[in-house]
Write a protein that binds this ligand. Sequence first.
Ligand code: PBG
Ligand code: ZN
Length: 345
Amino acid sequence: MTTTAPPSPAAVARKAASGASLDLRRRPRRLRRSAAIRDMVRETRLSPDAFVYPLFVCEGEGVRREVPSMPGVCQLSVDRAVAETSAAARDGVRSVLLFGLPHNEDKDEVGSPADDPDAPVQAAVRAIKQEMPDMLVVTDVCLCEYTSHGHCGIVDGDEIVNDATVERLARTAVSHAEAGADVVAPSDMMDGRVGAIREALDAARFEDVAIMTYAAKYCSAYYGPFRDAADSTPAFGDRRTHQMDPANAEEALREVALDLEEGADIVMVKPALHYLDVIARVKEEFGYPTAAYHVSGEYAMLKAAARNGWLDEERAMREVLTSIVRAGADIVITYYAREASRMLR
Ligand code: PBG
Ligand code: ZN
């Protein structure tokens, strides 16, 4: 056996230049040679139009408390939430998603503050709509921020009772609509809630209020920081009996189909990054406006790495948001909405 020395780089270059064994009629690199041509052939474009900016609204006045696990994200009293929304609007953000943090002593077994017209979400909706009528205001509809036990529904023993919860959710959605919400977003994963909310909204003459449903919401480790922010960690047990198993994709399609049958206008997949396949399939299969939620843990990971100098935050943020849109999301709910809108200006 004879061994031959590998060809020198110069020899390789000579051979390539002669075109001997290369087919170079197609050279994809031609379209990558300058910024102008790269920008021209780009398939996925980010726009602030697609972003929804989540805000945590608490009681009090003049409150702006940063959430330690979510740098840049704060619990805001209504006045500060209005200020943050108008600052975001100046950056190009056109939609906010509101979560409520009532006083702990107001929380109870059935989540009474959820449909209280004077609770933080309802008050913030009124204040934001009054100051910025064009801001699209979306409200999160769930009970976990309002129950003493932190579960998304009414609890009997260790069971989250579906049908009784749905009734509370429908009332909550109507109360958000009464405050002036444009879109309600049920995040609880109870069965039949989209239909019940649609019916309740219509009965109260809110037929123009849209439903953005958390249709395929997975039982994810990546909601950890959110539960600090919203003070909604369950006191016992977990959310496995209502949120989806991360292993399932066909089931996500069934969930989406049900919510659409029940009258959903926009369907959401959550979290985003580990479920890009699900986003793509939902968009492809149904062709409906599709939202993806880049959740608290996904945001926290990037922030932490950036703060350690381990990656370039702006590049990473752009890449992440682009990948979510490339997968098929029309709408991206992200704590980066302000920063990304500023970057895109
Ligand atoms: C409430 C709700 C959660 C999130 C949105 N709505 C938390 C949960 O289900 O435990 C998560 C958002 C995030 O992590 O950014 N049901
Ligand atoms: Zn919940």
